[in-house]
Structure formats: structure tokens, C-alpha cells
Design a protein around this ligand. Structure first.
Ligand code: FES
Length: 678
């Protein structure tokens, strides 16, 4: 039977959800019934403008739909008034007013702008389905009546039940003394900010505004051990209004995580001082994003934080001492819900904070957020996600099974422990190429356009200097030294090349490579190579353990998270054997995936459930307890690896012939290999 004439077919884009509805159904109602998220603050009174949609005109043969603007009811008086007062962009309709008259393809724009917010072109423009934990609900409340002695708050609740089906409402206590004055100020018209994090949770009024309050904001923040990054987003449109970052002031208590734990252990006020420091920095960032976005702190109603376990604990005011040694016990691994004011972040008195769950004692809420963002658990392909810092957090898996671990890579990749190492800053060498014939290098430094062998380099570099090598530069120079035959697969600098090149320098029993003969003189020493080998072997051994757990010998995709992942060239990372062999086109920097995951949880509470569920299922591997770690580690000391094949890499790069050189201790690669098998 064809019921099309009485029940037109409506297809919503981009979700692709479709259904038939009786003629006269408001589009907003149809969207609700299909579970398509369309924002509404005024409850269909045609005053908030949040419910805008547009019609895609034309014939959509695949769906059997001929869609036209006149398949919607003509613009009525309410919509006409909104357009006159607030202005409706060309082609947009208010879905609460427009009724379905015929078949339609409806576009739900992801970026309805109401208050002409300043919009930042964020690096990450991903758009997510929205379903934030905060809903703004406008209601008109019955005025008090001597005959009906129901309290003002109770009549407000009754209105929220009637208009928004919000049963079993709880109310933040701080609002109770203010309810009467807000209702009267708004002449019985108010907007309630209702927090509901979980389908099973009672909804709760956390803020109340006189009249129509047509905006609410949230922050998503990634507390890294080195930097803290924050985004301010509209909870109603999903737009990122402002972003800011700062360095983590805890650095003054210790560069790396373990030294911060030691600081807590050694100083009675250490924990408190570090908690205060990180909260001050977060508060400073809130001020900054608010100023940039033209938003009042009071209008931030929700916030999401992620961080590694030690940052997570210190931010919450929890002593991280237990995380300093086995069994690396977390005080809390599940998601944390708290009022922001309770953790020293004054915004609105009703603002909530959500922290994603931690995966394990060394694999934190930041790794959980990166997992949520990149979604290994949502795909069939085997994906490796690595966030490289002083501790590498590793997640490997697919929809069937996911495992996670961390590996103690140490600070070498950040330039520490390297004789000419430095943080990524102007003047740091970040890219290196070495001619395999002449052994002459060319390089680029941060802050200078030209390569070192190009005209204008010396003049441009005069401003920045050439001061040292940053993490990506170290990866490249050591990989290039290997490709040029300057170091063997065991990482030994070949001193015999000194006959061919003045760049091979002798230092007692070992040799160095002179990368830049300036002030300062920048060399790569045998110890530098060793430090990188140790760091990369630790990471690779961790990855191998996870691959063993899953019984796989290759991965389909690799995501490199974090700042380091953004700057390293996947090819050189693979030449070093930092990551396992993989199609190079499928190795991608995924940027601040942890920050993206935090933003997802801010804008859509179902992502909170998804990651909580996923983290419960992720199998945690403690690398220190796995007997095979050491074996993998020893093989992984070689470039790219003593026993693992790298077919994808070999197809893309000509790897040098194996050569075995005796190192400083007179110990050759072959001997090392034999010994490791004993
Ligand atoms: Fe507010 Fe349509 S729901 S204008």
C-alpha cells in the first residue's frame, strides 16, 4: 500500500535517518521521533532560533523523494516575527514552526549561529553530533494563586514536566533561595539549565535565568605534563568559540612525571602546591578563552578534563604517591563527576566537571580520550594509537578486542639526555638529511624557512641561532645516519668513515657525527644514539607485547598522538623502528586527539558512556611484569629491528646493508644478539 500522500517521507541529513509522518507534523517533532538531534531552547515557541533547518530541493532517486521548499508549510506569523526581529539566514526555516506537507530532504546545519559568536578556525574542525549533558529549557510558569498553595519552585518544576517531560527533577540547593526573585524578574518566564549526564540519572536544575537564555558554554581541557590546552565551545551549537594553551606550571617541581611524584613524596606540602599550581593555570586559561570568546565565566555550565593519571590525580587533589611504584594503584579509575566549585574552578555555581576514566595506573584519561577520538574500538582494522611523551601510552585493537599499556621511553624524545638536545623552539634543528656519498648534512631549524644549504639561510638563522636538536630532529638525524651508513644497525658510529669525512669525530673510544660546526657546535654522540635506541626500544617492546596479546604480526593503521606525533615524519620513525611496519600512507599524526576526545564528551554525553564502556573492556598490560618485554626490548635496540621484517618500509626506502661494528665495549651486534638468546 502506498501511504505517501497522507504520510510524506522525510529524510534528515547528514544523519540519513528517515521516516513517514502525517501531514502537518512539525519538522522538529519528526526529528525528535527519529532521534535526530535538533536543538531547541524555547520549546517550540519560535523565539530561540536554535531549531533552524533547510530544505534540499530536488529529486533524490535513491530515496524515492522529490523534495521542495513548498513541501513545508508557508512561513507563518511566529516565524515571520522571528525573521523580522532576529533575522533568519536565507533558506533557513524554524523546524518548530514549519510543518511537513510533502516528501522532504531536510538539512540539519551543524553550526547554527545565534549570537554572532566569534568563531575560531580551530585546527580540529571535526563536527560531532550534539547531545550535551546541559539542556537549556525555557518555560512559562503559572503565577502564584491563593487557591493553589504550590511553591514557586514546584510550579517551575511542573512547567518543566509539562513542556519538556523532565520528570523527577532535582534542584541545586544554591538556586532555591534565588528562585522567587528570578521568576519575578523574568515575569514568570525563565530558562532552566538542566543537567542530565546519564539516561538513568535524575535531571537536575543547575542554573536558572530570567526570560529566554539562549546560550550556554562548556570547556574541554587536556592537562598534559608539559602543556595545558583548552577549548571553549557553545553547548548549543557545538562551535569552538576560543582556544588557548599554556605551559604546565608544575614543571618547576619536576620536568617529568616521576620527578613530580618524588617531589610530593619528599615535601609535606608538595601535593597541595602542585594541585594549586595546575588549578591556577586552568583558571588562567578559563579567563583567557572567555576574554577571547567574549563569554562570561558564569555562562560556562559544563567542563570536561583529561590528563595522564598523575595529572588527573594532582588536579583532583589526590596524592599520586601510589602511582610512583608497582602496583601503580589509582585512587579512582572510573569517570569522576564533581561540581567545578569543589575543585577550585569557580564559574557558575552550578557548573559541573566530568573527568574521563583512566585506563590503568600509567595509561590515563588522556589515552582514553584519544581512544575515543580515533576509535580503534569502532573499526574492524587493527589500529595502533601511540602518544609519545616521557611515558608512551599505547592502545592497540579493533572492535573485537583492545589492549593498552605504557612504556617508559624516558625524556630522550623530548631532547633531554641528548648532548645537543633541546625543546622544540626557534633555533632548534627539526629536519635533517644526510648525503650518503659525501656524508654532508642539510637541515632546517624552527623559525627559518630555508634549508641550511639554501640561499638566505645564514641571514635568516642569524635571528634564531642554531642552538640544538629537538625531538623530531633527533629522530631524523639518527635515521639518516643509519640510512647513510654512519651508524650500523646496532647503532654504532662507524669510526672508519673518518677517513672519508671530517664530520666523523673521535671522542676517546667512540665517535660522533658533526651536524653543525657553529656556536654551539652540534654533534650527535654515541651516547645520544644509545639514548634514542633505549627510548625507541622501550616503545617498540611495549607495542610488541600488545601485538603478542592479540596474536597479530602487523597493524593496519597507526595514529601518532600529541605534539611529538605531529612533528615527527612517520618514515623516519619507522626507519628507527620506533613504530612497527605499516603502509606508510596509513601512519598519521592525529594531533591533540586527547583534546578532541574531551570535546566530544563535552558536546555529547553519549560519548561519555561509550568511553566508560570501552575502558571497562580494554585489557591492561603491565609491561614491567611481562617476561617477554626484555626479549622484545633487546631485538628492538637494533635499527629498525634485529628480527622483525619491515616490508612496507623496505618498499619505500632503501635500507642499508647490514654491517656489524664493535661498539665501545668491544661488543658487536652479532654477539649482543647471541647473548640475548641465551
Ligand atoms: Fe526555539 Fe524553534 S525551538 S525557535
Amino acid at each position: 500500500m502506498n501511504d505517501a500522500p497522507s504520510k510524506p517521507l522525510v529524510l534528515f541529513m547528514p544523519s540519513g535517518k528517515r521516516g513517514r509522518f502525517p501531514v502537518g507534523t512539525p519538522v522538529l517533532e519528526a526529528a525528535r521521533q527519529l532521534g535526530v538531534y535538533v536543538e531547541s531552547v524555547c520549546g517550540g515557541r519560535a523565539t530561540c532560533g536554535r531549531c533552524q533547518v533547510s530544505v534540499q530541493e530536488g529529486r533524490f532517486a535513491k530515496h524515492g523523494i522529490k523534495s521542495a521548499n513548498d513541501h513545508l508549510s508557508p512561513v507563518g506569523p511566529k516565524e515571520e516575527r522571528y525573521d523580522r526581529v532576529r533575522g533568519l539566514p536565507e533558506g533557513r526555516r524554524l523546524s518548530c514552526s514549519a510543518q511537513i506537507l510533502g516528501d522532504l530532504v531536510i538539512d540539519v546545519p551543524q553550526d547554527t549561529v545565534i549570537n554572532a559568536q566569534v568563531v575560531r578556525k580551530a585546527a580540529d574542525e571535526r563536527v560531532f553530533d550534539r547531545n550535551s549533558a546541559i539542556r537549556m529549557c525555557y518555560v512559562e510558569v503559572e503565577e502564584p494563586d491563593m487557591e493553589k498553595p504550590l511553591g514557586d519552585l514546584d510550579r517551575l518544576k511542573a512547567a518543566l514536566v509539562a513542556d519538556w517531560h523532565l520528570e523527577n527533577l532535582d534542584v541545586d540547593f544554591h538556586l532555591i533561595p534565588k528562585v522567587q526573585s528570578i521568576l519575578r524578574k523574568g515575569e514568570w518566564k525563565v530558562t532552566a539549565a538542566v543537567h542530565k549526564d546519564h539516561d538513568d540519572a535524575h535531571p537536575r536544575i543547575v542554573a536558572l535565568y530570567p526570560g529566554l537564555k539562549n546560550e550556554a558554554y562548556g570547556i574541554a581541557c587536556d592537562i598534559g605534563s608539559t602543556t595545558i590546552a583548552m577549548h571553549l565551545s557553545s553547548l548549543l551549537s557545538g562551535r569552538t568559540v576560543a582556544s588557548a594553551g599554556t605551559s604546565n606550571p608544575q614543571i618547576r617541581f619536576g620536568e617529568d612525571l616521576m620527578s613530580r611524584v618524588s617531589y610530593v613524596m619528599m615535601n609535606p606540602d608538595g601535593r597541595e602546591a602542585m594541585t594549586l599550581a595546575v588549578r591556577e593555570a586552568v583558571n588562567g586559561l578559563i579567563d583567557k578563552v572567555c576574554a577571547e570568546g567574549g563569554v562570561s565565566r558564569e555562562d560556562i555550565l559544563d567542563s570536561v578534563f583529561v590528563g595522564n593519571p598523575i595529572m588527573h590525580h594532582l588536579f583532583l587533589g589526590i596524592d599520586p604517591t601510589e602511582l610512583g611504584g608497582a602496583p601503580f594503584a589509582l585512587a579512582v579509575s572510573g569517570a569522576v563527576h564533581v561540581k567545578s566549585s569543589e575543585i577550585g574552578l569557580p564559574m557558575n555555581p552550578g557548573t559541573r566537571t566530568y573527568l574521563l576514566p583512566c585506563i590503568a595506573g600509567h595509561v590515563g584519561a588522556d589515552a582514553a580520550a584519544a581512544t575515543l577520538s580515533e576509535g580503534p574500538h569502532r573499526q574492524d582494522e587493527m589500529m595502533l594509537l601511540v602518544d609519545i611523551g616521557t611515558n608512551a601510552e599505547i592502545v592497540l585493537g579493533n572492535a573485537a578486542r583492545t589492549v593498552a599499556a605504557s612504556s617508559p621511553t624516558g625524556p630522550a624524545f623530548e631532547g633531554a639526555e641528548i648532548s645537543s638536545g633541546q625543546r622544540a623552539a626557534p633555533g632548534a634543528i627539526e629536519r635533517v638529511r644526510i648525503d650518503p656519498i659525501t656524508l654532508e648534512p642539510r637541515f632546517r631549524v624552527i623559525g627559518v624557512e630555508q634549508w641550511s644549504d639554501e640561499p638566505g639561510f645564514a641571514e635568516a638563522a642569524a635571528a634564531t641561532g642554531v642552538n640544538g636538536i629537538c625531538g623530531s630532529g633527533i629522530i631524523e638525524v639518527i635515521a639518516e645516519m643509519y640510512l647513510a651508513g654512519i651508524i650500523s644497525e646496532d647503532g654504532v658510529v662507524d669510526g672508519s668513515l673518518g677517513e672519508r669525512s671530517p664530520r666523523i669525530l673521535e671522542n676517546g673510544r667512540t665517535f660522533s657525527y658533526l651536524l653543525h660546526d657553529g656556536e654551539p657546535r652540534i654533534t650527535v654522540t654515541q651516547n645520544d644514539v644509545r639514548a634514542i635506541q633505549l627510548a625507541k626500544a622501550a616503545l617498540y617492546a611495549g607495542v610488541k607485547l600488545l601485538m603478542d596479546k592479540l596474536g597479530i604480526d602487523h597493524v593496519n593503521r597507526i595514529g601518532l598522538a600529541g605534539a611529538f606525533g605531529t612533528f615527527i615524519d612517520p618514515k623516519f620513525a619507522m626507519v628507527l623502528g620506533l613504530i612497527p611496519d605499516c603502509d606508510l600512507t596509513r601512519v598519521k599524526a592525529v594531533g591533540n586527539a586527547a583534546g578532541t576526545g574531551a570535546r566530544m564528551c563535552l558536546l555529547n554525553r553519549s560519548y561519555r558512556r561509550e568511553i566508560e564502556e570501552t575502558v571497562r573492556k580494554i585489557e591492561k598490560i603491565e609491561t614491567a611484569l611481562e617476561p617477554k618485554f626484555q626479549e622484545h626490548f633487546v631485538y628492538a635496540m637494533a635499527l629498525p629491528n634485529k628480527i622483525d621484517p619491515f616490508p612496507n618500509l623496505s618498499a619505500a626506502v632503501t635500507l642499508p646493508e647490514r654491517k656489524v661494528l664493535a661498539d665501545a665495549a668491544g661488543e658487536g651486534g652479532a654477539r649482543r644478539r647471541r647473548r640475548s638468546r641465551e
